[in-house]
Design a protein around this ligand. Structure first.
Ligand SMILES: [Zn+2]
Ligand SMILES: [Zn+2]
Ligand SMILES: [Zn+2]
Length: 200
């Protein structure tokens, strides 16, 4: 191990103590910033960024599945309620069948992507980066930071509206039910279909 690298690794316990102290003082962002710097000093930034990129891609796919699933379940409920008040048309029955089929596919997608997410998370690079990752996970609603909220609003998501979708659970059944909008959010359909093409 090169000397520089050995010194950085030897400093780890000291850095961990400083990070813990910062967190206990409520300075979580500073603690995370220090972890990020410590991870960068160790090198392998390309590897770290690749890992984060993979995680983000799976996270987006999972959010899309959950948001589409919720939207379809709402549509099924609305149409079924209508059907209790009057006979359903042939088109409505066909639509219900298509939605049920899509819901079945989404359920499989969710299962596969969750397994993939678990596999990627378990390959989290060690050292300060791992500490930073678990610290993020411990923060309740960490994704409601100012910049992520502004990013969601800027992309035309619900953080730019008064509906509050990003602050509420998006599903009653899925473990991964929080976070910001994708194009599959029901409000996307209600407010601005067509305007947000390509939005993720
Ligand atoms: Zn939304
Ligand atoms: Zn909304
Ligand atoms: Zn949002």
């Amino acid at each position: 191990m090169p000397i520089k690298c050995a010194v950085i690794v030897a400093l780890d316990p000291v850095l961990v103590r400083i990070e813990t102290k910062l967190e206990s003082l409520g300075q979580w962002h500073h603690a995370q910033s220090l972890r990020h710097r410590a991870a960068t000093w160790r090198g392998k930034t390309r590897e770290l960024h690749a890992w984060v990129q993979t995680l983000i891609e799976i996270d987006i796919q999972l959010r899309e599945v959950v948001q589409r699933e919720t939207f379809l379940r709402d549509q099924v409920r609305i149409l079924t309620t209508k059907g209790e008040m009057r006979p359903t048309t042939t088109e409505e029955r066909a639509q219900l069948g298509a939605w049920e089929e899509e819901l079945g596919g989404l359920s499989k997608d969710y299962w596969q992507q969750e397994r993939q997410m678990y596999a990627v998370e378990s390959r989290c690079p060690g050292g300060p980066f791992l500490g930073g990752f678990f610290s993020y996970r411990r923060q309740q609603m960490w994704f409601l930071t100012e910049w992520m909220t502004a990013d969601c609003a800027g992309r035309g998501g619900c953080c730019g509206r008064g509906c509050g979708c990003c602050k509420r659970p998006r599903s009653t059944t899925r473990a991964r039910r929080f976070k910001h909008c994708t194009a599959m959010c029901g409000c996307y359909d209600t407010y601005s279909r067509g305007l947000l093409k390509g939005y993720i």
